[in-house]
Design a protein around this ligand. Structure first.
Ligand code: AMP
Length: 218
């Protein structure tokens, strides 16, 4: 199964992506993770990406398309593929169509997780991760049992630069302006677009997605 997973920042894509991999076993490529790894490598490209990402703006299409085409070519997708966070513009979607057509591997579905703006801001600005072991927390929904430090290893809890409220609002604006048209693009091109209500509990979101994706095969 080959799918694109879309949704505004904070709609729960990361959590749901992990669960879909567990259920269907496909390969998962997250553009945000790929860019963060490049940033962590300290390369010149990584420094450029870091500035753009810290502002909440989108990375230019040429860079995204080249990096993602390379990542798709490098994975063994015989068990399927889930693209998460890519494509985020119509130009990226067109480039992806070309790559998939060349490979003879069309998309089976585009899954869109929806959520409203205020809920998203609350979810994202509360996210924390342990700077030592990486364990994830949320100040409201999943606080550390030890307050400001990690309850697994006593490491300091940190917030991603782009999870601050001003940056989250920028990321939401970029989603509405540049990414929502991608959904219309897929609808117009006849792709199967599955919308799932991301304001439900994570388990309910997973159940809806799994049911919709299973029904594709049948
Ligand atoms: P994410 O973790 O998916 O929210 O991505 C974090 C940041 O990486 C975004 O705010 C963008 O700056 C950048 N990014 C990730 N994927 C893309 C993409 N497909 N196109 C442009 N920028 C992207």
């Amino acid at each position: 199964m080959r799918i694109v997973l879309m949704g505004p920042p904070g709609a729960g894509k990361g959590t749901q992506a992990a669960r879909l991999v567990e259920t269907f076993g496909m390969k998962h490529l997250s553009s945000g993770d790929i860019f963060r790894a490049e940033k962590a490598s300290g390369s010149e490209l990584g420094r450029k990406l870091s500035d753009i990402m810290a502002s909440g703006a989108l990375v230019p299409d040429e860079i995204v398309v080249e990096m993602m085409a390379g990542a798709i070519a490098a994975v063994d997708e015989s068990a399927g593929l889930m693209l998460d966070g890519f494509p985020r513009t119509v130009a990226q979607a067109e480039a992806l169509d070309t790559t998939l057509k060349e490979n003879g591997t069309p998309l089976d579905a585009v899954v869109v997780i929806t959520a409203d703006d205020d809920e998203i801001v609350g979810r994202i600005t509360g996210r924390r991760a342990c700077g030592s072991c990486g364990k994830g927390f949320h100040v409201k929904f999943m606080p550390s049992g030890k307050g400001d430090v990690c309850d697994a290893c006593d490491g300091p809890l940190t917030q991603r630069d782009d999870d601050r409220e001003d940056v989250v609002r920028e990321r939401l604006a970029a989603y509405k302006k540049q990414t929502e048209p991608v959904i219309a693009y897929y609808r117009g091109s006849g792709a199967k677009v599955i919308e799932v209500n991301g304001s439900q509990s994570p388990d309910a979101v997973t159940a809806d997605m799994v049911e919709a994706l299973r029904s594709l095969g049948g």
